[in-house]
Design a protein around this ligand. Structure first.
Ligand code: PLP
Length: 252
């Protein structure tokens, strides 16, 4: 038996049948970084590599039972939250966060890269008012940060009580991609990456899962943010087509 324990990340994520985003993305990224993903599906989706057509929420009681079974059996070192199906799922997720007391990475999946709106106003409110105060690292793209009410300096989002905010700008027009890390009481820090020409499906899931894997392995936040971005950039530079839309990150 291998005496070295593999860091485990509890992923609360949607299922994307293309394999580009959602739990598949999490499992691949976390595995590539030496961790293990424990996967609880929050929503099933109908989508292709261009856009999402439908989101079907999993009942909160099933999510609660799956978390319960895993928490009773496995040591969980970090939690990664992606797409949520509806506001009723926030209760079992909050119970889980309060009970486990491990780093929480939240990728607020509000709109798909293809443009589809993925959450209703009730869920957006529950995310903002109830989940954000419990989050260690929030990883919105710039459009999601705006939808959550975050201004350009990150102050409004940090005021919710979350610890670290990484705003990504791969989806914004411009030259190099500049992602910014905000935390209360410290000057923001920019990370600059060469812009890749293609469009990708699942970049945000890859980044958030990578951060969670590195935090689960005990890395400090600064290191986890830097290394997860480097890993994601490498995965995007190796992306491949599986359909007629956006490319799938080469995460392995
Ligand atoms: N489907 C699921 C299950 C997701 O979690 C996400 C994003 O996190 C998407 C679709 C949209 O991914 P993208 O915006 O990269 O196309």
């Amino acid at each position: 038996m291998n005496p070295i324990r593999t860091p485990c990340v509890l992923c609360l994520s949607g299922h994307d049948p293309t394999g580009g985003a959602g739990l598949t993305a999490d499992t691949e990224a976390i595995g590539a970084l030496g961790g293990h993903a424990l996967g609880v599906i929050t929503a099933n989706t109908v989508q292709d590599t261009s856009d999402v057509r439908r989101v079907a929420a999993v009942p909160p009681i099933l999510i609660a039972a799956q978390i319960e079974a895993l928490a009773a059996d496995c040591r969980i070192d970090a939690i990664k939250i992606g797409l949520l199906g509806d506001a009723a799922q926030v209760d079992p997720i909050l119970d889980c966060i309060r009970r486990l007391r491990v780093p929480v990475v939240l990728d607020p999946v509000l709109r798909a890269g293809g443009g589809a709106h993925l959450v209703r106003s009730e869920l957006l409110l529950a995310l903002k008012e109830r989940l954000l105060p419990q989050v260690t690292v929030l990883t919105p793209n710039a459009a999601e940060a705006r939808l959550l009410g975050g201004g350009e300096d990150g102050a409004a989002l940090l005021a919710t009580g979350l610890a670290h905010l990484l705003v990504t700008r791969g989806d914004e027009p411009g030259g190099n991609v500049v992602n910014t890390w905000y935390q209360a009481g410290r000057a923001p820090r920019d990370f600059e990456w060469p812009r890749l020409a293609q469009r990708f499906h699942g970049a945000g899931c890859t980044l958030a899962a990578a951060i969670a894997a590195l935090l689960a392995a005990g890395k400090p936040v600064a290191e986890a943010l830097e290394q997860a971005q480097a890993y994601t950039h490498r995965a995007l530079s190796r992306a491949y087509p599986v359909g007629g839309g956006r490319l799938i990150p080469g995460r392995r």
